[in-house]
Design a protein. Structure first.
Length: 304
């Protein structure tokens, strides 16, 4: 049988005050209740922890041995509980987010800056990663959660819908596409197309094949990063497609961005978390804030 928290607090209060009266006031209990806790502790241990005389109250030898142990245990427990309460109230804590490179250098810094204004004590750490490594960082514990395009489900990773965005075409100023009232995927196929390697292009081509089998989009060049694709478009080596959240980077390269239709293909983004592991209050609040931020943006994207 182990000492209860009340018994430990009673002994510590007695040790610090040297008086049943003062200790009872400190713990906000009656003297009889305090005395009962000490008696129960002594009965459980089989030794006296307090020496009582008519003139003063002091700890026994056994009590003096237990006092620093009880005091440290209570201090550690109180500190841990206060930390949990503070995190629950979003007064402190940290959030580790893994996200693809383009999302990390466009949308997320703005979201993090706005979130800091609302929760200045929460530190958000951003890990920019190749798309294929986002879920892996979540699985390894390097990140609390990841944000990225939807991928095939796995048993270890849970994917929560976050938002959905339509593809847009990106081209240099004074390009022939600028003069067209609307731009279709057939129009894109008429110019050198710079695509991304890996699942980005694979899934795009698969979606296009489902929508219209007669169109076969053949990449003129495939690169690893969207920033490279934008630089090549800036050099007038071709055109590319991306998602609206890359708007600031598109503007940085002095390029134009317009919606694509017939059909309006979209890409769904999700929040990746470890299966059966709940997010911390801080992490959960950041996800909710991100959803609200995107919903309020001028893109007017469809909500999920």
């Amino acid at each position: 049988m182990n000492p209860s928290l009340r018994q430990m607090r009673a002994l510590v209060a007695l040790a610090k005050t040297g008086s049943f009266t003062l200790a009872a006031d400190h713990l906000n209990v009656t003297q009889s209740a305090l005395s009962g806790q000490i008696k129960e502790l002594e009965q459980m241990l089989g030794v006296r922890v307090v020496e009582r005389t008519t003139r003063k109250t002091q700890l026994s030898e056994q009590g003096r041995e237990l006092y620093p142990l009880f005091d440290k245990m209570l201090h550690d427990l109180d500190r841990a509980m206060a930390d949990i309460a503070s995190r629950k109230a979003l007064k402190q804590g940290s959030v580790r987010v893994a996200a693809p490179q383009m999302l990390s250098c466009t949308l997320l810094p703005e979201v993090i800056a706005a979130y800091r204004v609302r929760h200045p004590e929460i530190q958000v750490r951003l890990a920019d990663s190749p798309v294929e490594q986002v879920a892996a960082r979540v699985f390894s514990g390097e990140a609390d959660f990841g944000i990225g395009p939807e991928r095939d489900a796995t048993a270890e990773i849970e994917a929560r819908p976050l938002f959905e965005m339509p593809f847009v075409v990106v081209y240099p100023p004074d390009h022939e596409l600028e003069r067209r009232e609307r731009i279709t995927w057939t129009d894109v196929d008429q110019f050198p197309f710079i695509a991304l390697q890996g699942q980005f292009t694979e899934r795009l081509l698969r979606d296009m094949h489902v929508s219209f089998r007669e169109l076969s989009l053949s990449p003129y060049n495939e690169v690893t990063f969207m920033t490279t694709a934008l630089a090549m478009v800036h050099a007038r080596l071709g055109i590319t497609v991306c998602l609206p959240y890359a708007e600031k980077m598109v503007q940085l390269y002095g390029l134009r961005m317009r919606p694509l239709v017939d059909p309006a293909l979209t890409r769904r983004f999700v929040v990746y978390t470890r299966n059966a592991r709940a997010l911390s209050p801080a992490a959960e609040s950041f996800v909710i804030f991100l959803q609200e931020f995107v919903a309020a943006h001028e893109w007017n994207l469809p909500a999920i």
